[in-house]
Design a protein around this ligand. Structure first.
Ligand SMILES: [Zn+2]
Length: 417
């Protein structure tokens, strides 16, 4: 069977000549797909319009040669008949052709819940494409987000595969380029830009430029510096930011939803760690976790993909709500639920954490339990180095000028020691 998109066939209207296209071939050549010039195309085929007066289905067309996998011909008469041939075992075989309206069908199963057109004009900047970020990227493509800017310096390793969207055949590729292809597999009309570098102080300006042209930043980098820089860039450019990550061994995770100068930012969160811990409902070890997990060299942490999935899912939910701000949607009611800026999820009662003694979930509805989301309210810190008046306060107090980088570094409890 050959599946071909109406959009591909319509290109013949503008082109009198046969059109060479990429085709994906599966199931020992039984299934051939000619949808868009996408990354899954590993072989070539020909689309052609039958010459005037050509009889339908008489023979394999003259365009067919051994270098091709498939030939699809559209006959003007009768009623735009489309015929196809697949080459298999050195022979050409006539195959059933299904012509599909790709653009119309692509998001037909989400309409009514989410008008994907509402996300089509949105751009997201995604930093960190590991197990959390890769899922976020693909889920947003499934929702109809059309423009992506991807940042990650790493290549895929075999050890990534059990938690990553990528499979073994992609080992050695840049995560950015794999994700670009994965996004295009879901939405061939998406535009994806990739940066094979990490977010660092020396490219802060490039990150800012990316965010200025975007609607939302999303981060799940594996180091705290990148989180701090991304937070700073989002605050400076006035772009909302979703930060997501797993705790060690993925016993839980957290997602921040940061609205610059309207909610607390990641730097406010870090700055408050050593000031009001006693007042926090959430234990000190969890508060310290973002630092403990990534600030100093740690052994590679094991963790189940299944335990990471809720974190990615929450980040996607928050991202969609942010992207749909000001637009009518049936998801609007979630705004009443997702009012916190910091969400925590615990997968299990991990030993040597303050969650070790949580009451079993069972049928109890009171108190904190595993396998539930908890929203935490957090106030902005007035003297926050990223979103507050830290520099002015420091200058007044110490009479010295310090750079933004110095201010942010100095403000981190873990880096002051
Ligand atoms: Zn702040």
């Amino acid at each position: 069977m050959i599946t071909v998109s109406q959009e591909q066939l319509s290109k013949l209207d503008h082109c009198g000549e046969p059109l060479q296209v990429g085709v994906a071939c599966w199931d020992d050549g039984e299934a051939v797909v000619v949808l868009e010039d996408g990354q899954s195309a590993r072989e070539t085929g020909i689309l052609a319009r039958a010459r005037e007066g050509a009889a339908v289905g008489q023979r394999v067309p003259e365009y067919a040669h051994a270098g091709l996998r498939a030939v699809v011909m559209q006959f003007d008469h009768p009623s735009a008949t489309v015929l196809g041939w697949i080459r298999s075992e050195e022979q050409w075989h006539e195959a059933r052709v299904e012509v599909i309206p790709l653009r119309d069908d692509l998001y037909s199963r989400v309409r009514g819940i989410l008008e994907t057109a509402a996300l089509a004009d949105k751009t997201v900047v995604l930093v960190g494409l590991g197990s959390v970020g890769s899922t976020i990227a693909v889920e947003l493509a499934k929702c109809g987000v059309m423009r992506f800017v991807l940042w990650d310096p790493e290549r895929l390793k075999v050890v990534n595969v059990c938690r990553h969207y990528a499979g073994l055949s992609h080992v050695g590729r840049f995560k950015t380029k794999f994700l670009r292809d994965a996004i295009l597999e879901k939405n061939p009309y998406a535009q994806v830009t990739t940066h094979e570098v990490g977010v660092a102080w020396e490219n802060l300006q490039i990150v800012r430029d990316c965010l200025r042209q975007a609607d939302l930043g999303i981060g799940s980098p594996d180091n705290q510096e990148a989180r701090i820089i991304l937070n700073k860039a989002c605050v400076d450019e006035g772009r909302p930011l979703i930060l997501a990550g797993a705790f060690r061994r993925a016993f839980g995770g957290q997602v921040f939803r940061i609205r610059p100068r309207r909610s607390f930012c990641y730097q406010c969160f870090l700055g408050a760690l050593d000031t009001d811990l006693e007042e926090q409902a959430i234990p000190r070890e969890v508060l310290a976790e973002p630092i403990a997990y990534s600030d100093r060299p740690v052994p590679i942490e094991p963790g189940l993909s299944n335990d990471i999935a809720p974190i990615s899912t929450m980040a996607v939910k928050l991202a969609i709500q942010e992207l749909l701000q000001g637009k009518p949607t049936t998801l609007r009611s979630l705004d009443e639920d997702l009012t916190a800026s910091w969400f925590i999820w615990v997968n299990r009662r991990e030993v040597e954490t303050d969650f070790a003694a949580l009451k079993p979930l069972a049928c109890d509805i009171d108190g904190m339990h595993v396998l539930r989301w908890y929203g935490v309210r957090y106030e902005r810190v007035k003297t926050c180095p990223a979103c507050g008046e830290y520099n002015a306060a420091t200058q007044e107090k110490l009479g010295m000028h310090i750079s933004e980088e110095e201010a942010l570094a100095f403000a981190q409890p873990s880096l002051r020691e």
